[in-house]
Design a protein around this ligand. Structure first.
Ligand SMILES: Nc1ncnc2c1ncn2[C@@H]1O[C@H](COP(=O)(O)OP(=O)(O)OP(=O)(O)O)[C@@H](O)[C@H]1O
Ligand SMILES: [Mg+2]
Length: 244
């Protein structure tokens, strides 16, 4: 069945994920400005960089340096004013960006953004149900995924308000993985977590990159988190440099 196959490829078969070209995302001379009535803010200025499959990246930099704006460009939530984002060589602005976010790139936020009226399992089922997976299959996959991110069956039927921050963030990551993409973009995913939960989430993201072949890009203010990644990019006043 299609769904089973999609599952195998995404989680089990790392070789397949890593099989094609190593570079998955590339920004070329990307700029973006916010234009309000009274002023223009150049948030991202002529940024060029590239990201490979199966690697874990950090983007660091001071508040207001353009990190979230750049991530939203990588996620296809906005279009660059200048320059191009390429996804495996294909310009993102020529792709169906909603399909890109549904099928290939999932975004994880600091505030988790779980649906409060849905259980952990139902939250994780959502992207699979969007793709018309049968509810029963989606429920089963969701449970497997929640176990995979280290959440026991007890959590599966709980609502977000009954979970700790770390548990909620792991549900959010399970949901990102459930969309079956190959890119995980996370804006301060450990920003609301204590150090124990931070370590769990970082371990999980690292494993998704190194074991499952995801490309994981996290924005972080946290030196401990950055140290766990393969490469660090630093943004300064809209510009990007590779720090490590
Ligand atoms: N919707 C918006 N309208 C106007 N200006 C904005 C908007 N969002 C962000 N900016 C401005 O763009 C610049 C970059 O913001 P951005 O949110 O990308 O920074 P950041 O590096 O993510 O900061 P932080 O670490 O505080 O999250 C800042 O000067 C900010 O004030
Ligand atoms: Mg930000």
């Amino acid at each position: 069945m299609m769904q089973e196959k999609f599952w195998d490829i995404k989680i089990v078969n790392r070789e397949e994920r890593l099989g094609s070209r190593m570079e998955i995302l590339r920004a070329e001379h990307v700029s973006y400005s916010y234009q309000s009535k009274y002023q223009k803010v150049d948030a991202v200025k002529d940024v060029s960089c590239s990201f490979e499959r199966g690697k874990f990246y950090a983007i660091v930099g001071e508040s207001g340096s353009g990190k979230s704006t750049f991530l939203s460009l990588l996620a296809g939530l906005d279009n660059p004013d200048e320059g191009t984002i390429f996804v495996q060589g294909e310009p993102l602005n020529e792709m169906d960006r909603d399909a890109y976010r549904l099928n290939r790139a999932a975004v994880v936020y600091q505030a988790f953004h779980l649906f409060p009226l849905l259980t952990a399992q139902e939250n994780v089922m959502l992207p699979m149900e969007f793709k018309k997976m049968r509810r029963k299959d989606a429920a089963k996959q969701a449970r497997t995924l929640l176990n995979r991110v280290g959440l026991e069956d007890r959590i599966v039927r709980q609502y977000p308000r009954m979970m700790s921050g770390g548990e909620q963030q792991r549900v959010a990551i399970a949901r990102a993985v459930a969309s079956g993409g190959e890119i995980i973009l996370a804006d301060e995913p450990t920003g609301n977590l204590d150090s124990e939960n931070e370590a769990k989430v970082v371990f999980l993201l690292k494993e998704l990159a190194h074991k499952d072949g995801y490309t994981v890009i996290v924005i972080t203010h946290n030196q401990r988190v950055a140290e766990e990644t393969d490469h660090v990019f630093r943004m300064r006043d809209g510009r990007m440099e590779q720090a490590r």
